[in-house]
Ligand binder design. Structure first.
Ligand SMILES: NC(=O)C1=CN([C@@H]2O[C@H](COP(=O)(O)OP(=O)(O)OC[C@H]3O[C@@H](n4cnc5c(N)ncnc54)[C@H](OP(=O)(O)O)[C@@H]3O)[C@@H](O)[C@H]2O)C=CC1
Ligand SMILES: O=C(O)CCC(=O)C(=O)O
Ligand SMILES: [Mg+2]
Length: 744
């Protein structure tokens, strides 16, 4: 069946993947163009989304339509064929920086009102809230996730193993987590027997009722949880962990997901900053209040606002901060040369990437002395901390993993329709006082109720029935396709998981599971089981909820492949169609800094290459265009050759980088198209291109590599200048002439 308007949508995003697109997309367009495969771009970058939300302030030329909302709608239809590159999930400091850059570029945008004073400012803040945090992925993810390392990629890691830091059996590194009064222990969960419109209310101690959320539509069969983090317990926990890190002589580090959990986690982060810097904050309480410092934005917010003080006062506070460090444990650093600590910005240390990086490095993080040290990894809530606890424990006992012999742990993740915690932004609240917070159905029955204290972080979390059923199906399919054990990481002693286990058992009955090894294990046991098998070279599918989907798909690939950029990430959409995510990593801000400094971009576009294959296959089916299938098959061969010949970008300036790897992909792809005989027309067209690229290989690589070593001007960070960036990302006149000539 052909699908109307079928085309491939390539998303324009931020930072390193956006820069890579400047080089890669002209090549992709040239190849798809001659095969009649339509590829269109949509701007869902942070700056693009900001611009789209304030049309009335802008000139016609500056305006951008709301592409994200349109793509969100598209993702609910069978036509969807979206290649989704990683984008910035902005913290408040990043959002403010992006607004400032746009203002300087002549966009008449309002400042971000941190503390709105009137209705107009409240409205502006609400509009900016739409682009804050993880605002893109949950909108597009209308399906569950299938992330894995293709065999060719696994073989590449075996042939060209990445470095792994050594683990010592004397390592003092460890995970610290709460054991009571956190989200995990306070959780209550039910499965709705019928649909209702629920309300969330705060009932003060004097009985006054305040509505926190007027209407939450709940479906029959939906799993609905409520829980809270006690702020008193959290503060006590932070105090204890700071003292313990000092006593054990390890770095203190905090690992949160303040980007995706944009309401709860910045608050938890803020409490940690306030406990760590308590002495200074108390001593200068009046000044800090006057400055309007918001510690949820990190210590960096204090440093930024100190600039508004008279010099003597500023220096006094800065000196007090330095003096405080003498009595505190050393902090893990993000950039020791610039004095940026783990507690400076809530989006610098993001747990899914930060914990695997530390584990890969032998359980170490960087200290202020620019050396690696053992660390305390603080992960306050204990729902998912056992994953890292088990991994650290396993590595201390058994040493680092060996990429040449280890097995693989792919993931089937429950993600669709804003599943679980990652969809809870609109239903997370700070308790406005002492009392209780309750969820009440349309008939007035209480679904959940918790006694809370002022400032406690309460949230309601939902997952719908249809995504759960689809997730079980996907897990069974993957187990059948591989013959590997599939483990549902669910804990019968956790309220939410107990509801899910009932459903999983029910939905498994819908499939023929004879001969399959399907298990249900809690997080710690599942991690231990998978790690042990992985060490023995055995493969185990992890079937998890949304948070562990995120954590596992960075942790295991970073250990197995050195980076999650080499993952294949497919989201079969529930209404048909596909979302093809590129890798499982982020937008790598460090890579942009390197490009700007020395014109070397080490971003690996393998994720983009891998995403394009199933996207082309889907387009072939949707449009009945067999040429798209030929493109897909030959691209797959080209990727294999690229890996085999190790033409992936290297890390150091002067070596082959992102641009050079794109050249090799083009050459190998053209060669494969020239060699195939299925489509004579494509064969004829690509034979000359393959020859032109091969004949000029030395010259092109020389042109691409010789520009490196000097600063590169891309005319912006959040909204780089198109012309300047094109020039930087397409520096080979020879390659450009060949590709543009072919496309013409
Ligand atoms: N799907 C999405 O949209 C996602 C978006 N994000 C966003 O990305 C930003 C950065 O997040 P962060 O947690 O630092 O994670 P990143 O994955 O961006 O960075 C961690 C490190 O991973 C390595 N890496 C990741 N992708 C690649 C690649 N394609 N090629 C080579 N190396 C790669 C780099 O390591 P090295 O230094 O060794 O080169 C990089 O510095 C944030 O704004 C975050 O919100 C994060 C995750 C997913
Ligand atoms: O949306 C985000 O902020 C990050 C997504 C992410 O880390 C993931 O899906 O792996
Ligand atoms: Mg992630």
């Amino acid at each position: 069946m052909t699908v109307k308007n079928a085309k491939i949508i390539w998303t324009e995003v931020d930072e390193a993947p956006a820069l890579a697109t400047y080089s890669l997309l002209p090549i992709v367009n040239a190849f798809t163009g001659v095969a009649g495969v339509p590829v269109e771009t949509r701007d869902i970058s942070l700056s693009g989304r900001i611009i789209a939300n304030f049309p009335e302030n802008l000139t016609d030329e500056q305006k951008i339509p709301d592409e994200l909302t349109a793509l969100g709608e598209l993702a609910k239809t069978p036509e969807a064929n979206i290649i989704k590159l990683p984008n910035i999930s902005a913290s408040v400091p990043q959002l403010k920086a992006a607004i400032k850059e746009l203002q300087e570029k002549g966009y008449n945008l309002p400042d971000y009102p941190e503390d709105p004073k009137n209705e107009a400012e409240k409205e502006i803040k609400a509009r900016y809230a739409k682009v804050l945090g993880s605002a893109v992925n949950p909108v597009l993810r209308e399906g569950n996730s299938d992330r894995r390392a293709p065999l060719s990629v696994k073989n590449y890691a075996k042939k060209f193993p990445h470095s792994m830091g050594a683990w010592s059996q004397d390592s003092k590194s460890h995970v610290s987590t709460m054991n009571s009064d956190d989200f995990r222990s306070n959780e209550k969960s039910v499965t709705m027997s019928q649909a209702t419109d629920a309300k969330i209310e705060f009932v003060a101690e004097d009985g006054t009722v305040t509505v926190l959320k007027n209407k939450v539509a709940l479906q029959a069969g939906e799993v609905v949880d409520a829980t809270f983090m006690s702020v008193k317990a959290l503060q006590t926990f932070f105090g204890e962990q700071i003292a313990d890190a000092k006593e054990k002589g390890v770095l203190f580090s905090l690992h949160m997901k303040a980007t995706m959990m944009k309401v709860s986690d910045p608050k938890i982060f803020g409490h940690c900053v306030k406990v760590f810097y308590k002495e200074v904050i108390e001593k200068h309480a009046d000044t800090i209040k006057e400055l309007g410092v918001d510690f949820n934005n990190g210590l960096g917010d204090l440093y930024a606002k100190l600039q508004n003080l008279p010099e003597a006062k500023r220096i006094e506070i800065e000196n007090d901060i330095q003096a405080l460090y003498k009595s505190m444990p050393s902090l893990a650093m993000v950039d020791s040369s610039k004095g940026i600590t783990n507690l400076h910005v809530p989006s610098d240390v993001i747990i899914d990437a930060s914990m695997p990086a530390a584990i890969r490095a032998g359980g170490k993080m960087w200290g202020a002395d620019d050396a690696e040290h053992d660390a305390k990894f603080v992960i306050p809530d204990h729902s998912y901390a056992p994953l890292y606890h088990a991994t650290v424990e396993h590595c201390i006992a058994n040493g680092a993993f060996d990429p040449t012999t280890m097995g693989t742990v792919p993931n089937v993740g429950l993600m669709a329709q804003k599943a679980e915690e990652y969809g809870s932004h609109n239903t997370t609240f700070e308790a406005p006082g002492n009392g209780s917070i309750r969820v009440v159905d349309a008939a007035g029955n209480v679904i959940h109720e918790h006694k809370v204290e002022n400032g406690d972080i309460w949230r309601m979390v939902m997952v719908k029935d249809a995504p759960i059923r689809d997730w079980v199906k996907l897990a069974v399919n993957r187990a059948k396709a591989t013959g590997w054990p599939a483990v549902f990481w669910l804990d019968e002693t956790r309220a939410h998981d107990a509801q899910l286990i009932t459903k999983v058992k029910e939905y498994l009955k819908e499939h023929d599971t004879a001969g399959l090894d399907i298990r249900i294990m809690n997080v710690y046991d599942a991690a231990k089981f998978s790690l042990e098998r992985m060490r023995n070279g055995e493969n185990t599918i992890s079937v998890t909820g949304n948070v562990l989907r995120d954590y596992n798909t960075d942790l295991f690939p970073i250990l197995e492949l050195g980076t999650s950029a080499k993952m294949q990430s497919i989201v079969p959409l529930m209404n048909g169609g596909g979302l093809f995510e590129t890798g499982a990593g982020g937008s790598a801000p460090k890579h942009v800094q390197q490009l700007v400094k020395e014109n070397h971009l080490r971003w690996d576009s393998l994720g983009e290459f891998l995403a394009l294959v199933p996207s082309l296959e889907q387009l072939c089916t949707a449009t009945n265009n067999p040429k798209a299938k030929v493109l897909a098959d030959t691209l797959d061969q080209a990727i294999g050759k690229l890996l085999d010949n190790d033409k992936s970008p290297k890390r150091k300036c002067g070596q082959l980088d992102n641009r050079g790897s794109h050249f090799y992909l083009a050459m190998y792809w053209a060669e494969a198209l020239a060699a195939q005989t299925e489509d004579a027309d494509l064969q004829a067209k690509f034979t000359q291109l393959a020859k032109d690229l091969a004949d000029n290989e030395v010259k092109i690589v020389e042109e691409l590599n010789s520009v490196q070593g000097n600063p590169a001007d891309i005319g912006g960070y959040y909204r780089p200048d198109f012309e300047k960036t094109s020039k930087v990302m397409r520096p080979s006149a020879t390659l450009n002439a060949i590709i543009d000539g072919f496309a013409a």
